[in-house]
Every structure is written in structure tokens, then in C-alpha cells.
Design a protein around this ligand. Sequence first.
Ligand code: AMP
Length: 207
Amino acid sequence: MLNLVLFGPPGAGKGTQSQKLIARYNLVHLSTGDLLRAQISRGTELGLQAKKLMDEGLLVPDEVVIGMIGSALKENEQAAGFIFDGFPRTVPQAESLDRLLAEHGTKVTCMVALEVQEQELVKRLLERGKTSGRPDDQNEEKIRKRVTVYNTETAQVAGYYAAQNKFCGLNGVGEIEDIFGQICAILDQHQSAVSEGSQQATKEVKA
Ligand code: AMP
């Protein structure tokens, strides 16, 4: 299985790259932001609670997003792999993801982090806010709050994956196709390492 954690601050291009990656690698896209917005549109109690925090640019509690990811993994037992977009955003979420994937006999393949400076993020999100309909994209103060929350609460998740030798940082400013090509090169390298490893294991079993 190919399980990619696509990481980066709001506006780094995770959603755009996810759409291209799911088409190329036949992966299931799990965006906790999208899952939460679906709850809001359905008017559920969870959605109502989450909306207040999301509108302020704050994180929703770990147990809420971990529960949603756990259910989504169960609903997609046959998937070839997953892209986790906007999750994990805290170290406890990253630890839970490891645990949940282990229960399904798999693990995180790698984290790709898209790196973009704050000024560019603010510009991109204000532009997206003109059409996205997202209240959290339409106000510069809220956007800056989300970036601050990313820097103070989320950025340390990169270290969690670096400690497992699974971290790969990329410049998220440039042509969408170029950045896509660089992510594909990383994923292809991981896939060929996995298939070489399993061929080696087969040879060792035969010998
Ligand atoms: P996103 O669509 O990823 O930009 O997420 C929009 C908002 O949803 C965030 O600002 C948070 O309020 C909330 N959110 C999404 N994913 C998470 C997560 N993994 N942990 C906590 N809050 C989240």
C-alpha cells in the first residue's frame, strides 16, 4: 500500500496536488477539512461544534478527527492506499494514525511537506476565498491565525516523521506540474524500494 501524508500550511497546494495524485496512483483522498465541512453541510452536532473552531482558525479536538479517520479507513478496506491531507496536525494525531494503520496491517510510506512562505499563503488563500465560499479563507486575520496555529501546533509533526526517516520537504512555490512531478518521483522511488525489497525477500526464501 502507498500511504502518503501530504503536509504543509493552509494554502500550500495540498488539495490541488492531492487531486492529481489520486488520479495517478488510484489512492483514496482523506482530507479531514473536507470531512469536517461535510459534517457542517449535513448540520450534524459534530459539524456545529467544529464550525465554531474552524471559523476561528483553531484546531478541532484530536479525538474528533482521529475518529473520522478511523471510520474512513474501515470504509475503504480495499483501497490501494491513502493520501492524508490536513491530517495529522498534532503529534497525538500522528501517533494515532500509526496505530490505526497498524491495525489494518499497513503504515505511512512517507510524508511530503510543501513549503511556502506566509506572505504567499495569505495571497493564495485570499484569492481562493473569492470562490471557495469558505469563511476561513475570506479574512486576512483568520488566515494569519491558521498559519500561526500551523507554526505553533502542527509544524512539529514533521519532526515525528523525520525521526522515522520518512520526511521529505519540497518547495511549494512554482508550477503545479513541476511540483507534481517531484512528488511523483518521491513516491515512485518508495514504490520501487518496496518492490525490490519484496523481490529480495522472495529470493531469500527460495535460496
Ligand atoms: P483544511 O481544510 O485542512 O484547511 O482545514 C480547515 C479547518 O478544519 C482547520 O483550520 C481546522 O479548524 C479543521 N481541521 C482540519 N483538519 C484538522 C485536523 N487534522 N486536526 C484539527 N483540526 C482540523
